[in-house]
Design a protein around this ligand. Structure first.
Ligand SMILES: *Cc1c(COP(=O)(O)O)cnc(C)c1O
Length: 385
């Protein structure tokens, strides 16, 4: 039994997007593929396998549980934990060989203890990466504290500093203000690296480049890049395909996910009849309305209507009225020829028959493609094609 509302994952497009990344970074630069949030909604294991086949050495997750899922699927690549976890998850990190970003003494000491439980007798060192807050305002030590934090890692006895990283706040903006803020963050990161060197330690793998920086700032690639959204075929923020073409960059991407369903009823409505909860929309004419079995519990957020369009047999039709939990309605007009069981595509790459992308849907809902993709809920089956 399979529900007709499903997400198709075009595996070749994942590989295509990785090829584009590889083409734009120097040969020695490593890739850490962000597969957090279930691979931005695409399936973490599918995304991770494609990443590893494309030469990614590191995978990035947001929780110990996400890392454990990859290990349980047999994935051997290095795994970096980008967010913080509670001390009761430290042992799982050590046991599943998940490498945390660290920056505070208590966190370093707590994780060192878990690492000692696992490796204490062998004397094997457990790698960690030192996070530096250069202006993102999220996690990390201040650049001037980096030397002392690196020393705390060394002095723990069981941990070793394998890398240093920072994260940008406005790298997907293209205004002069945003660009200079990013450049300033980068300079502060290099200062933090120098502080660690001056304190007599090797900073290891230096990494800061997210998708936007990979595409716009080759000098910031350093030793490793951390692509996320571009793996899945979307451009971050204002760094659009059009913007990149204007700068002479050539960075084609292919959306990886298509969200599809089927028309389950085609009904005739009279002018003035209202559609859905709240009666926010009424037919301006006699028209056919299609009922689709997809709603906000599948990730088609209520705020996507009005504005959302669905592609049926190569034509776009507007969603009308409020999106319900499990259903939504589409205005077909008259003579569309649309029949029950016809395939309806909500977004996806052109090869899926979609005329809309997750970016178009994001615009309709005042959000970003990241949120559209990660909102596709668990009950939507992912089928790798
Ligand atoms: C999610 C994330 C990335 C990837 O970001 P994109 O904008 O999707 O490329 C990189 N680094 C960190 C720390 C992240 O949290």
């Amino acid at each position: 039994m399979e529900r007709c509302t499903k997400a198709l994952i075009y595996r070749d497009n994942l590989k295509y997007n990785f090829d584009q990344i590889r083409r734009h970074i120097a040969p020695g630069v490593r890739i850490c593929a962000a597969v957090k949030a279930d691979g931005y909604g695409h399936g973490a294991v599918t995304a991770a396998e494609a990443a590893v086949e494309s030469g990614a050495e590191f995978l990035a997750v947001a929780s110990a549980e996400e890392g454990a899922e990859l290990r349980e699927a047999g994935i051997k690549a290095r795994i970096l934990l980008l967010s913080l976890c509670t001390p009761d998850e430290f042992q799982a990190l050590a046991d599943f060989d998940i490498t945390p970003l660290v920056f505070s003494r208590e966190y370093i000491d707590g994780f060192a203890k878990a690492a000692r439980t696992r490796f204490g007798r062998t004397g094997q060192k457990t790698p960690v990466h030192l996070a530096v807050d250069t202006g993102m305002g999220r996690i990390g030590c201040l650049p001037q504290e980096a030397g002392a934090e690196a020393a705390a890692i060394r002095d723990s006895g069981t941990l070793e500093l394998e890398g240093m990283c920072t994260h940008f706040a406005v790298s997907d903006g293209v205004s002069p203000d945003d660009r200079s803020y990013t450049a300033r963050q980068f300079d502060l990161f290099l200062e933090a690296v120098e502080n660690v060197r001056r304190a007599g330690m090797n900073p290891g793998i230096r990494h800061c480049a997210n998708s936007a920086v990979i595409m716009t700032e080759p000098r910031m690639h350093l030793d490793m890049v951390r692509p996320g959204i571009i793996i899945y075929g979307y451009y971050p923020g204002d760094v659009t395909e059009q913007y990149l073409r204007g700068t002479g960059a050539d960075f084609p991407l292919r959306p990886v996910m298509a969200l599809e369903t089927r028309v389950l009823a085609v009904r005739k409505f009279r002018a003035g009849d209202s559609v859905s909860y709240g009666r926010t929309w009424s037919c301006g004419r006699d028209t056919e309305i299609a009922v689709l079995p997809v709603g906000y519990a599948d990730g088609i957020l209520r705020r996507f209507s009005p504005g959302m369009q669905v592609t049926i047999n190569g034509r776009n039709y507007p969603v009308r009225g409020r999106i319900c939990m499990d259903q939504c309605m589409v205005e077909l007009g008259n003579g569309s020829g649309v029949r029950p069981l016809d395939r309806a595509v909500i977004f996806g790459p052109a090869m899926s028959g979609a005329l809309r992308t997750a970016e178009d849907l994001a615009e309709a809902g005042g959000t970003i493609s990241y949120e559209v993709l990660t909102s596709v809920s668990r009950r939507v089956t992912r089928t790798v094609v």
